[in-house]
Write a protein that binds this ligand. Structure first.
Ligand code: FES
Length: 109
């Protein structure tokens, strides 16, 4: 689906093996720096609205801080726990010092 690239954070805001939450328009996005690579997923857990950027990262997976659902960061696929949907993922890139995410055109900004 075509979209537009938007700057969501500076690279310096993200520590290795961690996540930050950013909001743009109607969507909350988690940005991760894992193994030197950037990833982006929904930041709101599909179970009951936990903020995944406050969760626990281990072995390429994020565990929701509220009830323990676990998702693969790279694919958004639910692995275990009380999730009902996988996480959406977003293309993400580094341009200079800016982290950019491709947002679908259907999202209000
Ligand atoms: S809100 Fe994430 S597991 Fe319940």
């Amino acid at each position: 689906m075509p979209g537009k690239w938007i700057t969501v954070a500076e690279k310096s805001a993200l520590e290795p093996e961690s996540a930050i939450g950013v909001t743009h328009g109607d969507i909350d996005i988690a940005i991760y720096l894992i193994g030197g690579e950037l990833y982006a997923t929904d930041n709101i857990c599909p179970h009951a609205f936990g903020y995944l950027n406050h969760g626990y990262i281990d072995d390429g997976q994020i565990e929701c801080p509220l009830h323990g659902a676990v998702f693969e960061i790279k694919t958004g696929r639910g692995v275990t726990g009380p999730f009902c949907n996988d996480l959406k993922t977003f293309p993400v890139r580094l341009v200079g010092e800016e982290i950019q995410v491709e947002i679908p055109d259907t999202v209000a900004v």
